[in-house]
Ligand binder design. Structure first.
Ligand code: XMP
Length: 516
């Protein structure tokens, strides 16, 4: 069987790079993002069927422009250059020229198609098409052999085409939803120009991955840290399907989980799969170490190192284990491989990497090519139930980073009950599946209230509900006021210790999703 088609996307740092990868995969073609620093030889070794150059924030004329090997353009591969990619093409090919500009153009523009090229097939040549622009520099002369295929009011050269070499460039972003016909343009590139065959589906992904896992592990054994979330559950179930009892799952209950969480997933897995599952109750250890700690990063560090310690002690009871399976997702991979290097640590996520070297376990990351929504599709493909598939992301440090100030058993109990109402109301109203995440936060703040005839002096709880695609950016969800009213009434009436509820109306950036 011939290898399936693969598109290699070179990342120059655009906020839309991941979106390009998604669009290509949505079209049924497998795609991978690589940093722009790879050489033409590296790209050739990846044996792609086509290449896409992303946009990026730099200027090709800057001294510190990201490094790039222009021999990529000589690989004789169908190539689509978007935004910065287009400027790079014009800058590095004979005849082409780019003018630096200090004015940036953002947003909507009207594209007029000027040439009948395959990339624009099916677009009406006369009509203006709304496209999404985000650039500073402009191409002012096409490279030799390229025709100008489109223009907008501000940009005379908004599209370039070399039909014979199957090379195209666009100043606008076909991958964003605001660009009319963006999908048609990408499909024209993938199917008409590059002649690719759509065949990448979740079913084919699972089938290939299971066979690869079986082969990789052979007679060895694997440990997996199960957290109760969809990612690690999918990893565990896939590995179980591939290698059965050679998989050992360790669930560390740190006492910072939500009401019922953890036990629920463990019970489901026990009932439906004959898994080796070790449920380690370590709440006391975690809470003892957190006593008196209020600094968010200190809390995260304590929970991270305690987790590793407990996990390591359990794993040591499995001397045959050679591999550690993790639910690392694509956004984590890209972030650490970007040409800009890992982005600044805003919060330490203890469950990405982090195991001590001396454990000598090799990593298995079956989901490292996938986005969250794709993991959910895999979860459905391997038969997991909705309550696991649609579970909201939950941070490794758990409720400890949703209790501002000291974490105590009493405050955990208040937060669990409050959170249970938020979850319940989201589910009952149908909002749970529409939002990225929804939860409660307990503030280190008491305010005055009145209940019956008496004065109360109790805690404030906050409700945080956000929409997001990948947690990199997020906006607060415009929940109906009746739903907020119902959450607030229930919390204040049913949770002893809370007499005031506020709703968080901050977006990310500049705020983050979690409060700590
Ligand atoms: P922030 O608060 O940084 O969160 O906007 C982004 C997403 O990551 C989750 N999060 C974590 N997930 N370990 C995790 O596995 C962690 O330490 C951690 N901290 C935050 C958060 O819930 C949101 O979905």
């Amino acid at each position: 069987m011939a290898a399936p088609d693969k598109v290699v996307i070179l990342d120059f740092g655009s906020q839309y790079t991941q979106l390009i990868a998604r669009r290509v995969r949505e079209a049924g073609v497998y795609s991978e993002i690589h940093p722009c620093t790879v050489t033409a030889k590296d790209v050739a070794a990846m044996a792609p069927s086509a290449v896409i150059l992303s946009g990026g924030p730099s200027s090709v004329t800057d001294a510190d422009a990201p490094p790039f090997d222009p021999a990529v353009f000589d690989l004789n591969l169908p190539t689509l250059c978007i935004c910065y990619g287009m400027q790079l093409l014009a800058h590095s090919q004979p005849g082409g020229s780019v003018a630096a500009s200090t004015d940036r153009e953002y947003g909507r523009a009207e594209l007029s198609v000027l040439a009948d090229v395959p990339l624009f097939a099916g677009l009406d040549a006369k009509a203006g098409h709304t496209v999404w622009m985000s650039h500073g520099d402009k191409v002012i002369a096409p490279p030799d052999g390229f025709v100008v295929a489109g223009r907008t009011k501000n940009v005379e050269i908004a599209a370039l085409a070399n039909v014979e070499r199957r090379m195209y460039a666009l100043q606008f972003h076909p991958e964003v939803a605001h660009t009319d016909d963006g999908e048609r343009i990408l499909h024209n590139f993938l199917f008409t120009i590059a002649g690719l065959t759509p065949g990448w589906t979740m079913a084919s992904f699972v089938e290939t991955e299971l066979a690869a896992l079986k082969k990789q592990v052979g007679d060895d054994e694997v440990v997996c840290a199960l957290s109760g979330g969809v990612d690690s559950t999918v990893v565990a179930v896939m590995l179980h399907k591939a290698i059965g009892k050679k998989l050992h799952c360790i669930f560390v209950d740190n006492g910072l989980l939500r009401l019922g969480e953890g036990e629920e997933v463990a019970a489901y897995l026990r009932e439906h799969f004959d898994l080796n599952l070790y449920y380690i109750k370590a709440s006391k250890l975690f809470l003892d170490r957190l006593a008196g700690v209020t600094d968010p990063e200190k809390k995260r560090k304590i929970i991270g190192t305690t987790f590793i310690e407990v996990f390591e002690a359990e794993a040591a009871k499995l001397p045959k284990a050679k591999y550690l399976a993790q639910g690392t997702l694509y956004p984590d991979v890209i972030e650490s491989e970007s040409f800009r290097g890992p982005s600044a640590v805003i919060k330490s996520h203890h469950n990405v990497g982090g195991l001590p070297e001396h454990m000598k376990l090799q990593l298995i990351e079956p989901l490292r090519e996938l986005f969250k929504d794709e993991v959910r599709k895999v979860a459905a493909e391997i038969g997991l139930p909705d309550f696991i598939i649609w579970r909201h992301p939950f941070p490794g440090p758990g409720l400890a980073i949703r209790i501002i100030g000291e974490v105590t058993e009493e405050r955990l109990e208040i937060l669990r009950r409050t959170d249970k109402i938020v979850q319940g109301e989201l589910a009952a109203s149908g909002w749970y599946r529409k939002v990225w995440q929804g939860f409660a936060v307990l503030l280190p703040l008491k305010t005055v209230g009145v209940m019956g005839d008496g004065r109360t002096y109790e805690n404030v709880a906050a409700i945080r509900v956000v929409d997001s695609l990948d947690a990199m950016t997020a906006d607060w969800t415009r929940l109906p006021s009746e739903l907020l009213a119902s959450m607030s009434n229930r919390i204040i009436n049913e949770v002893k210790g809370v007499n005031r509820v506020v709703f968080d109306v901050s977006s990310k950036p500049p705020s983050t999703i979690e409060w700590e």
